[in-house]
Design a protein. Structure first.
Length: 138
């Protein structure tokens, strides 16, 4: 399953992601991972969630983010949920590459039965039509 939480800056997308990650760790029978740009979620996310600052691994751009996410799933078959905060910022705000990234995430979600929740600051109207089925407007 893929869920995109999109909306303009300051609408509570990250807070929603935090709440969802903290709830997922309570019900997951596996591991929960949260990818972020910087380390702003350290005190908000449960210590049971694997919180990873992608900047520490020099993840920039959607291709690198998809590869990094694939590597996490390859190294841990027990991952049930992946949360990605500020995906467009990690992807250098290249909305034209966002669709291909989500297609890659869609493959991972289906192949490995992983739930993905992704936040991005953008106007939902700017998203390609194929991604609107995943959108939760915030």
């Amino acid at each position: 399953m893929i869920q995109l939480i999109v909306g303009v800056k300051g609408t509570g997308k990250t807070k929603t992601l935090i709440d969802m990650a903290n709830e997922a760790i309570k019900t997951s029978k596996g591991h929960v991972v949260c990818l972020e740009k910087g380390n702003k979620l350290t005190y908000d996310i449960s210590h049971n969630v694997r919180l990873i600052d992608v900047e520490e691994y020099r993840v920039t751009g959607f291709h690198t983010l998809l590869s990094f996410t694939s590597g996490i799933l390859a190294s841990d078959y027990d991952v049930t949920d992946v949360f990605i905060d500020s995906a467009l910022k990690i992807g250098k705000n290249k909305i034209d590459e966002f669709e291909a990234f989500i297609q890659g995430i869609e493959y991972l979600a289906e192949r490995f039965s992983v739930n993905f929740t992704i936040t991005s600051s953008c106007d939902p109207a700017d998203l390609p039509e194929s991604l609107k089925k995943y959108v939760t407007i915030h």
